[in-house]
Design a protein around this ligand. Sequence first.
Ligand SMILES: O=C(O)C1=C[C@@H](OP(=O)(O)O)[C@@H](O)[C@H](O)C1
Ligand SMILES: C=C(OP(=O)(O)O)C(=O)O
Length: 413
Amino acid sequence: MISSAITLSHPTGILRGTVLLPASKSESNRAQIINALSGATSTLDNLSEANDTKVITNLLQSTADELNAEDAGTVMRFMTAYLAVTNQHKVITGTPRMLQRPIGILVEALRQLGAQIDYLGQEGYPPLQFKGIDRTKEYPATLQVRGDISSQYISALLMVAPLFPQGLTIELQGKVGSRPYIQMTLSLMKHFGVEGTFAGTTITVPPQKYQSNQYTIESDWSGASYWYSMVALAKEATVELKGLRSTSFQGDSVIATIMEHLGVRTTYVADEVVLTKTDTAEIFSFDFTDCPDLAQTVAVVAAVKNVAVEMTGLESLRIKETDRIAALQQELQKIGGDLEDLGEGLFRVKPATSITNNPVFHTYEDHRMAMALAPVALLTPITIDEPAVVKKSYPRFWQDLEQLGFAITPEEK
Ligand SMILES: O=C(O)C1=C[C@@H](OP(=O)(O)O)[C@@H](O)[C@H](O)C1
Ligand SMILES: C=C(OP(=O)(O)O)C(=O)O
């Protein structure tokens, strides 16, 4: 998909079919870092085709002096810890947006562990220059690390923690966001032979060696969330999503519970879930602290279904691929809706009152804006700018939509 915009519509509004979801980029990128730290002897099956995963695969093999993490937060943060502990002398940079996404908390923690890292631009932000690690330096076995900016800093530190002679204890400070991603990191570490404990706000990883193992990456629950939206907005629907597990490492599997309020029933069978429609469309409140990547999905469906959902825990949305709160407000206003800021962290979805005016949606270099807005096409033809953004996590998204009956027309501008 190279066109700069597409128009998207669905002639019947009826969805029936099977979708082979992409694998989780979060699991793929952790598994690859752990594998690289343990001599690259594990077998990783079903690695994601997400660009974020391709980027980390390439960077882990690269001999270049300057590495480019592009727009991938996990790559920037996980590679930062990896480059530090593997004593490399390289630079890591990224897209202009990546240079606005903070990394100071992670750099500060790694410096305390002996890593020499300089900022090449603004203090606290990439690009970073690595100048090796001083192994002679006494380092503190316990670090205090803020948990309220990005859990990716904690995950990055945890994956390298067993390599330190005393291991590492992390005491999380402040509110902890995206906690299931920290848990996912510990679960994958355990799969590769390293045990850590997470009690209250303290995580301890004793010194240990990773063991090689086989792991099959699960399909991506965040990517699944857009199919939940489509089922919620379709006239009729039965959609099978392949490769999802009822017991998942991914916190975004909570989408199954959230979408019960918005008219989607989930049935777990073998290695897939089946989504069907119900009549439910009820107001509810939900705290997205644990699953920030689902916020856009839910805000759009709720607006279109006229359900004034109350949303909290959206703080981290402002420092993702774009300021996702501002982007949602802009785009929902185009269909008469909004994400109203009620203050003190509370947001309320304002129902979309004019969805049929052929909206042209912008995507703000954010894959999740494109994918969260696409389901609106089940009700009215829409235009999506820069549709190629989906490649960050779900490159086959538009092909999968076509397979389920969406009509997609490129619009050259
Ligand atoms: O660790 C991960 O794989 C991720 C953690 C989350 O980020 P934050 O911890 O910055 O909220 C999430 O938004 C991101 O898409 C993936
Ligand atoms: C926030 C995201 O990714 P990252 O932080 O890894 O760039 C995302 O995929 O929604």
